[in-house]
Design a protein around this ligand. Structure first.
Ligand SMILES: C[S@@+](CC[C@H](N)C(=O)[O-])C[C@H]1O[C@@H](n2cnc3c(N)ncnc32)[C@H](O)[C@@H]1O
Length: 314
């Protein structure tokens, strides 16, 4: 973590703005005292585009942790937002939308735990990790190698706010860079957990990435979520997309779209937001929406959580 001290220009600008009647030396003394209030141990955040979207998911997880009946209950997210110097109002977030993300994260936590339980010695590759605290929530044992992967500017933030741990590495790279997988030993069943990232890739980039993954690791699982055509088409209405200035691309309407394009994968399960086992933790307006939207399949199937096996892993 770094301390942010006032800059010289902040120091010299402040006194005359504060009280133009003071003499220059008095002003400078006052400014120095004033500057102390600007000293902060928080880490500055300056992101845009897809890297910025992870601030919304982190913030919603932190809000969820304070709910009377949280879906995820992630205390690490709560601690993390306190370490960042960021005006969270910029994200235009309403707490009531938290389940849209916490249901997904909680569902994938269950599936990741199942993979680890089934494969005593394994590797987990958490792609598009953002500032998500999955490695801390799951706290895998020493037989699990864990890699958190994201753009360099996101990994730089992770390094400043989270501790490291044994058998844990960060990889700072765009997912589309073809060689980053070479840094990961291919000697164990390997899980790709890619939550909230597919939609920022083009279909061509996404399919190539999944194929590279199964070709390198031979056996394991792909746990990845997708947006259907409606979720991609309505992207301008999504505050996370709007406030980050991102563009969404890859449409996946059903597991068939993956099975037809990635030879060697077998569908284990696919659920929508409403069918996820963790949806049962949600109350209020989403429960009503579930019964109403039963009659509107494109909306009901907007958010899809898929899980595939490849190689001998089952
Ligand atoms: C909506 S956030 C989700 C973050 C995290 N998985 C979560 O659920 O909180 C999307 C994340 O995907 C990352 N991402 C998007 N496109 C990427 C790419 N081409 N390469 C690496 N990371 C990418 C972003 O930087 C961001 O951290």
């Amino acid at each position: 973590m770094v301390s942010r001290l006032v800059t010289l220009s902040e120091y010299t600008r402040a006194p005359y703005g504060m009280n133009p009647t003071m003499s220059a030396p008095t002003c400078r003394a006052a400014a120095f005292a004033h500057s102390l209030t600007y000293v902060t141990n928080k880490v500055s955040v300056d992101l845009s585009g897809p890297p910025k979207t992870m601030l919304s998911t982190l913030y919603l997880k932190a809000l969820d942790a304070d709910f009377e009946r949280p879906v995820l209950g992630d205390r690490f997210a709560k601690e993390a937002i306190d370490k960042l110097n960021f005006d969270w109002r910029e994200l235009e977030i309403t707490p009531k939308w938290a389940p849209l993300f916490t249901v997904r994260t909680a569902q994938y936590d269950i599936w990741v735990r199942e993979f680890i339980a089934a494969h005593k010695e394994c590797t987990v590759v958490h792609l598009g990790c953002g500032l998500d605290c999955r490695v801390f929530r799951i706290d895998p044992g020493s037989d699990v190698r864990w890699y958190d992967v994201d753009f360099p500017q996101v990994i730089a933030l992770r390094e400043q706010i989270y501790p490291t741990r044994p058998n844990y590495q960060l990889i700072a790279t765009p997912a589309t860079e073809p060689n980053w997988l070479d840094q990961i030993p291919a000697d164990r069943p390997t899980l790709l957990i890619a939550e909230g990232i597919s939609m920022y890739l083009t279909e061509e980039e996404g399919i190539a990435l999944l194929q590279r993954f199964i070709d390198r690791f031979g056996t394991g699982e792909l746990q990845i979520d997708f947006f259907n055509w409606l979720a991609i088409k309505s992207q301008k209405t999504q505050s996370l997309v709007r406030t980050s200035g991102s563009t969404l691309h890859w449409v996946v309407n059903s597991p068939r779209d993956i099975l037809d394009q990635v030879p060697g994968v077998r569908l284990m399960t696919a659920v929508t937001f409403f069918d996820a086992s963790t949806f049962s933790r949600v109350s209020g307006v989403f429960r009503v929406a579930k019964s109403v939207l039963r009659l509107v399949p494109p909306v009901r199937k907007s958010l899809q959580y898929h899980r595939y096996a490849f190689g001998s892993a089952s």
